[in-house]
Design a binder for this molecule. Structure first.
Ligand code: MRU
Length: 407
């Protein structure tokens, strides 16, 4: 479909000197080429490529790096953001750490090490316990960078699990780094597959609801590709069912007015930008027939943590009898947490709200809020659409899905 071809790809990995279909536009291609030449990157070395969302829409700049700490900083400073995208960033960060930590002569060239290891014996000079401890500590640092989105810790745990499996198979550090590269690539591919499936599952819900309101950015920019909430919009638009999207500005970081509006315009979807406090007006005038948002974590009872302001949208939608849909991968559901009050809420810096607080007032900046299950009409996943109270029955499906992701 024409509009989907122009969706942005926000985070991926390439290998120096190797053609990669994930490099879609000239800006990404020239950023990678410049990085390889300026940093003298050896052939075959893995490079993380991040579309810097903190400067969008003013500038389309790509960060290229081989340093896991640069990726962690990009997560912390919202250069890469959105639950699935930071999960991908987490697995890329751990992979880069593994390549750097296995700093052998072979790795300096980025080429795979010789993995010839005698059966049942760790490679000579390879301190397995120290290696595992270093990897675990790095994984913890990455996972704690942003606490609300469960995708980040799930992604890092999956990579760590893969590394431990490799260690028990007596593989050397170079081979483990290679395995983590494969895990990161698989996560990107799987995320796109999941988002497209969410889109197909959710599109019929918008068939008779041509004007929808969304909050924050749950689009291609927030994921490996395509998006969750906006993925449903794109899938519905491909059937001709979307007339217009109303995008909340989403203070304080303005994911709506900077990112959603940019992404929807690239996809040629008619869009109206509104300030957050205009949502009730738009609903009261009958301008939207449905609301659709993403999620950072969903508790077992169907309570949904998402970008701050989502709760207001849900309360307004309930008041005006407008369906309120949440679109998210199954891995977003945290069955270990009975209710939304158990979800950790990230508090962010004051300067996001106000650079210089007037009169020395205090500033509160919770990045997320929790919408209670009773305000959620349905949760759209890659396996189908569920009422929040039906989630308990989805648990086995979710487990099967995460297993698939690990392989
Ligand atoms: O702070 P952010 O921009 O990472 O918050 C993002 C959101 O709240 C998204 O709605 C959520 O992660 C779902 S993204 C598909």
């Amino acid at each position: 479909m024409e509009s989907q071809r122009s969706l942005p790809r926000t985070i991926f990995v390439v290998r120096s000197g190797v053609e990669n279909a994930w490099i879609q536009d000239a800006a990404a291609a020239s950023a990678v080429a410049a990085f390889v030449s300026e940093e003298h990157v050896p052939a075959g070395a893995p490079i993380a490529v991040i579309l810097d969302q903190s400067v969008l829409p003013d500038r389309e700049e790509y960060i290229c790096t081989r340093d896991w700490r640069v990726v962690v900083n990009a997560i912390a400073t919202l250069k890469v953001r959105g639950a699935p995208a930071i999960g991908i960033a987490g697995s890329i960060a751990l992979m880069l750490f593994a390549f750097a930590d296995s700093s052998t002569a072979q790795l300096a060239g980025g080429a795979p090490c010789k993995g010839d290891v005698e059966e049942g014996r760790a490679p000579e000079g390879f301190d397995v316990a120290a290696y595992e401890a270093a990897l675990t500590s790095c994984a913890q640092t990455i996972a704690h960078t942003r606490p609300t989105a469960v995708s980040l810790s799930r992604a890092v745990d999956a990579s760590l699990e893969c590394a431990r499996t490799c260690l028990s198979a007596h593989m050397d550090a170079c081979s483990i780094a290679e395995a983590l590269f494969e895990v990161a690539c698989a996560r990107i591919q799987e995320d796109e597959r999941i988002n497209r499936a969410i889109g197909e599952a959710g599109a019929p819900l918008l068939k008779d609801h041509p004007c929808v309101l969304t909050h924050c950015n749950a689009g291609s920019l927030a994921t490996g590709y395509f998006g969750t909430a906006l993925g449903v919009v794109y899938a519905a638009a491909s059937h001709g069912w979307i007339e217009r999207v109303y995008a909340d500005e989403t203070r304080p970081v303005c994911q709506g007015s900077r990112l959603t509006v940019w992404e929807l315009s690239r996809a040629h979807i008619p869009t109206t930008l509104i300030c957050d406090d205009m949502a009730a007006y738009v609903m009261s005038r009958g301008l939207v027939q449905a609301c659709i948002v993403g999620a950072d974590r969903i508790a077992a009872n169907g309570d949904v943590a998402n970008k701050i302001g989502t709760l207001s949208v849900a309360i307004n939608a309930h008041h005006f009898n407008i369906p309120f849909y949440v679109a998210a991968p199954l891995e977003t559901i945290d069955f270990a947490l009975p209710s939304g009050s158990d979800i950790p809420i990230e508090m962010r810096g004051e300067d996001e709200v106000c650079k210089e607080p007037p009169f020395g007032v205090d500033i509160l900046n919770p990045a997320f809020d929790v919408t209670p299950a009773e305000l959620v009409t349905a949760i759209i996943t890659e396996e189908g659409v569920y009422a929040p109270h039906e989630l308990a029955g989805v648990a086995p499906l979710s487990a099967a899905s995460s297993m698939k992701r690990m392989r």
